[in-house]
Design a binder for this molecule. Structure first.
Ligand code: G16
Length: 542
């Protein structure tokens, strides 16, 4: 069977490529939604080819720009195991998105077919979903045209969170096998998690959830139908999914993490002792927080971010493994953004790996452990149980009653946790389980270790591609000389550490700084920012 090149060319003519370039970066393609029709059309072709390559297994495409502002949009591709697209295929996405003409596009498609030895007679099935952004309907139409051009079977899963789409892909592909992941429906997703949650916990006080005015809002409202309010009472806030401009604006996990404060206006909607958390726009990240002392003081805000989630989960899972009398290695994965205190805390307990930013890197590193706990400081992450560890837990002999109970809890955790990708809903339930089973409050969890004061700044530069990094993004190799200046500046502060990296999802360079004394942090961060601005100007002029 050969490619229907005429169908591809004719359909492609309806989605002309704007005069600009695209990159499949940290989390897929991401830019202004109005520029993405051609990219959606073309990445749908790649998703169909990937499905053919995988002998007809279902692949996925999510239309979202996650934590970015509402006018942005993007695409995240999902592999047959429900995980992020294999990095070896990212270059195909970038190439196809940048093909200058319809004919060049056909050439790229033919090239991918040849390079990946794709049998075109295989069927292709692609499931796709989208978030609440106003540009989604048009982008979904372009995506569908791309699937039609390859004759792929289309499964429109509708309005979903990103992790729900990842779940669906794995569930479709494992249906009827020994590895069946769950019913391949949205209801199946809620039922699986709710069942595991009920197995694991006693009741507790309400949790206030900021849904970032995004797709997590309807998902959480649906989840409530599966978990009785008596066992998990929620107060669901920031649910305005059809209010223009509301998405991620003054709320959401990214806002809370970067401003280290409550979502705008939340102080009047919560109590001094409220337990709170925030999702991001596509509900694949979560951070928790509470108020300590006078709620009117900014200093009363206490953040429990991805690092604290790692510590909580790694500690409890390590304890369970010990009690369960099974030989399993628990490890953790972080990025350079991990607070220095969290890394020190974890290193005394479990092996710690550091990878570049991007959950795709952390996910793969976590697979090298029997049980890998990974979270970026921004709250994006999950826990992976290797197939061998699940088999060990299932096959272990009877032993002491506590050992059997711990094994049962670990197995229920494998059902509760979305193992395809970080998932705000599933991570929220995981944290609830650990706190309730161990009888801890947010304040007790918070006291695990004290974060070093830290700041994250966005710096707008003429050309972020002039910034290149090495050593898991902890050091710059370009612009020349800047790294030495950063190190020299950081060394002036007790416990000072700073790094600079180009963002893979926004047009900016990010500056991270931490040091022991809160009153010195502002100077450290601002001085590094100034060094970056000066170096960027000089590099752009060179
Ligand atoms: C995406 C990635 C995350 C990454 C974040 C920020 O998150 O999936 O792994 O931490 O972007 O990346 P950068 O600093 O390169 O812009 P999301 O939630 O936006 O998909």
């Amino acid at each position: 069977m050969s490619l229907d090149t005429a169908a591809i060319t004719a359909a492609s003519a309806r989605f002309p490529k704007p005069a600009r370039s695209f990159t499949y970066g940290t989390a897929g393609v991401r830019t202004l939604g109005k520029d993405l029709d051609s990219t959606c059309f073309r990445l749908a072709i790649v998703a169909a080819l990937r499905s053919k390559w995988a002998k007809g297994k279902v692949t996925g495409l999510m239309v979202t720009a996650s934590h970015n502002p509402e006018q942005d949009n993007g695409l995240k591709a999902v592999d047959p195991r429900g995980e992020m697209l294999a990095s070896s295929w990212e270059a195909h996405c970038t190439r196809i998105a940048n093909a200058a003409s319809d004919d060049e596009l056909v050439g790229v498609v033919q090239d991918i077919v040849a390079k990946e030895s794709i049998d075109l007679s295989q069927a292709a099935v692609v499931v796709y979903a989208y978030d609440t952004r106003p540009t989604c309907p048009a982008l979904v139409r372009a995506l569908e045209a791309g699937l039609d051009a390859l004759g792929a079977t289309k499964r429109n899963a509708g309005l979903l969170t990103t992790p729900q789409l990842h779940y669906l892909v794995r569930a479709y592909n494992t249906q009827g096998t020994d590895e069946a992941y769950g019913e391949p429906t949205e209801e199946g997703y809620y039922e699986k998690m709710a069942q595991a949650f009920k197995t694991l916990v006693p009741a507790a006080s309400p949790l206030v959830v900021d849904c970032a005015n995004g797709v997590g809002a309807p998902a959480l409202q649906k989840l409530q139908k599966y978990i009785p309010a008596a066992s998990l009472p929620f107060k669901v806030l920031r649910t305005a999914i059809s209010t223009p401009g509301a998405l991620n604006s003054g709320c959401g996990a990214d806002y809370v993490k970067t401003t280290q404060s409550l979502p705008a206006g939340l102080e009047s909607e919560v109590q001094a002792d409220s337990r709170m958390c925030s999702f991001d726009g596509d509900a694949d990240r979560i951070v928790f927080y509470y108020l300590r002392g006078d709620p009117r003081e900014k200093a009363s805000f206490r953040l429990l971010d991805g690092d604290k989630i790692t510590a909580l989960a790694a500690d409890w899972i390590s304890e369970l493994v010990k009690t369960a009398e099974v030989d399993l290695k628990v490890g953790s994965v972080q990025t350079a953004y991990a607070n220095g205190s969290s890394t020190r805390y974890l290193e005394q307990r479990v092996p710690v790996t550091c990878t570049p930013t991007g959950v795709k890197y952390l996910h793969h590193a976590a697979e090298s452990y029997d049980i890998g706990v990974y979270f970026e400081a921004n709250g994006h992450g999950t826990v992976l149980f290797s197939p061998a560890s699940i088999a060990k837990l299932k096959g272990a002999g009877s032993g002491a009653p506590e050992a059997a109970a711990a094994r049962k809890q670990l197995l229920a955790l494998t059902e509760l946790i979305n193992q395809t990708v970080g998932d705000a809903l599933s991570d929220m339930l995981l944290v609830e389980v650990v706190l309730r089973v161990t009888g801890r409050s947010f304040a007790e969890w918070d006291s695990t270790y004290e974060d070093l004061p830290n700041r994250l700044l966005k710096v707008l530069v003429p050309d972020r591609t002039l910034f290149e990094t090495t050593d898991a993004e902890r050091r710059l190799t370009r612009p020349a000389g800047l790294q030495a200046q950063i190190e020299h500046e950081a060394a002036r502060y007790a416990g000072g550490r700073s790094f600079v990296r180009p963002s893979g999802t926004e047009d900016c360079v990010r500056v991270y700084a931490e040091c022991e004394k809160a009153d010195e942090l502002g100077a450290l961060a601002e001085n590094i920012k100034k060094l970056v601005e000066d170096a960027a100007k000089a590099a752009a002029q060179a």
